[in-house]
Design a protein around this ligand. Structure first.
Ligand code: GDP
Ligand code: GDP
Length: 454
């Protein structure tokens, strides 16, 4: 009985951890120049600001943490668009699609002075299919007089338009009240549960190709932001669509801004790697495949394991890897990466785009393992078979007995063994190996914890 009480205890902690991840997501959609960035700044209360380098063009899809009336939520600005690539019309429609796959509520921003244009109508048509609440924001209603234009926006077929002046703040409090009302009680269930798109960190030592890779994944060369606008703002994350799914690449600000410290070491590498790993669920560690593995690479991998995050190792610059290098690299892997034999490796090139498409499936598999829970029944029949065949070693004339085992946590999967005495590290590692052989867990660290019951 006492054993089960312990198990419940561990499980509750786990539930707490999960509940903090589930904040709702608000997406902001609309044509260029309708005032999306101004509105996002307004909704954030100017604690953070949206990066702009050309008026009317937000350079990236970024998300920000906001609080209203004590409720926190995430604002996603889907404004990043590239007129050369697809034209305004197609880009606004794809923003709308993106918002529908990622958000709990959506704001369609329209310039009330202009009225609804063909582009607004196209976006509205997409959004009318949304199962999520959509609010039409009639922006640039700076005074009473402008209110007259608002009623026309009922024609978008998305219900009542909300008059707002993002510039002056008129109506923005009422809009936020409506937004909170529109959010579902609990954020929508997504792949694997939790709130919002799955969170990915892209880390690695300087010059392995992190920015190049982010650019490649975003699909357009727009991730570099100029220093002057970059210094005053801190957009946190980038939303990237890979393989039909939206992913939240965390803390990419340091990748977009190339801030160097006085001694020349890269700010991102020295200070933010740990923070990015902590903020993520799954981490891509980028390694320069064309050069020997370094201590720094191994340290970053250890950080991921210690933090208990799912892991994908990507060997970048594969376009520079020849037969000789490939052979030496295999030796390095055998020698230095034994402790992460469970991590998937992909050989990629940010330069040529080689195997980039393999990243999303690897991320997905790693997260599946990270989320996987094996029932206590299966684990106990597994452990009794193993212990019968190879019992824990006898120490000081005493044989520890494993009474039972359970997987008390996911994220990362944690196997808890209840035993009558000390179980040494070698035997714990042996159990971890057998646990993986029996149940998989590729791409995820697995923890083995022993609870001694006297
Ligand atoms: P975005 O391209 O949709 O992100 O639009 P911006 O936020 O960059 O705004 C485009 C222009 O509209 C800027 O010059 C803003 O100052 C202006 N603007 C935004 N909101 C308002 C508003 O409520 N009233 C007025 N008069 N101008 C606004
Ligand atoms: P970061 O410091 O990790 O963000 O690395 P960068 O993205 O700035 O890349 C460092 C250098 O490596 C740049 O000169 C890139 O052009 C180059 N690079 C990045 N990825 C590749 C690749 O896959 N192949 C080759 N040949 N060069 C690459």
């Amino acid at each position: 009985e006492a054993d089960w009480a312990d198990y419940d205890d561990v499980d509750e902690q786990h539930e707490d951890e999960e509940s903090t991840a589930g904040q709702p997501v608000l997406a902001v959609v609309g044509r260029p120049n309708v005032g999306k960035s101004t509105l996002v700044n307004r909704l954030l209360g100017r604690r953070q600001a949206v990066v702009k380098d050309t008026p009317g063009v937000t350079r990236d899809r970024v998300s920000y943490d906001a609080v209203w009336n004590g409720r926190s939520f995430t604002i996603v600005d889907t404004g990043g668009w590239d007129p050369d690539a697809e034209g305004v019309y197609a880009s606004v429609t794809s923003q709308a699609e993106m918002a529908m796959s990622a958000a709990d509520a959506i704001l369609l921003v329209v310039d009330a002075n202009v009225g609804s244009s063909a582009t607004d109508e196209a976006a509205a048509k997409v959004l009318r299919r949304s199962k999520r609440p959509v609010l039409v924001v009639a922006n640039k209603v700076d005074d009473q007089r402008a209110e007259a234009e608002v009623a026309e926006l009922w024609s978008l077929g998305l219900g009542q338009p909300y008059p707002v002046s993002a510039l002056h703040g008129r109506g923005s409090g009422d809009l936020l009240d409506e937004v909170l009302r529109a959010f579902p009680e609990t954020p929508r269930e997504r792949f694997g549960g939790g709130g919002g798109p799955r969170r990915v960190a892209l880390v690695g030592k300087p010059n392995v190709g992190k920015s190049s890779m982010l650019n490649k994944l975003v699909g357009e060369q727009r991730a570099v932001v100029d220093e002057t606008s970059g210094t005053t703002v801190d957009p946190v994350d980038s939303l990237v669509e890979l393989d039909g799914e939206v992913w939240r690449f965390v803390d990419t600000a340091g990748l977009r801004r190339r801030v160097k410290t006085a001694d020349g070491t890269e700010y991102y590498a020295s200070l933010r790697t740990k923070a990015a790993i902590e903020a993520a669920e799954v981490v891509i560690v980028l390694i320069d495949g064309s050069n020997p593995l370094t201590e720094q690479d191994l340290r970053i991998i250890s950080m991921v394991i210690e933090s208990g995050r799912a892991l994908v190792i990507a060997y970048n610059k594969w376009d520079l890897v020849d037969e000789d290098r490939r052979r030496s690299l295999e030796k390095e892997i055998d020698r230095d990466l034994v402790q992460v034999r469970w991590a998937e490796r992909v050989n990629v090139s940010a330069e040529t785009g080689r195997a980039i498409g393999k990243l999303a499936p690897s991320l997905r598999r790693a997260l599946e393992s990270w989320d996987q829970r094996i029932s206590t029944g299966r684990i106990n029949s597994w452990i009794s078979d193993i212990v019968a065949a190879q019992p824990p070693p006898v120490r000081g004339g005493k044989q520890s007995k494993i009474m039972f085992a359970t997987q008390a946590h996911t994220r990362p999967p944690t196997l808890v063994l209840f035993s009558s005495g000390f179980i040494e590290a070698g035997y714990r590692r042996f159990l971890e190996r057998r646990f993986r052989e029996s149940f998989g867990f590729e791409g995820s660290p697995v923890r083995v914890v022993v609870r001694v019951k006297e």
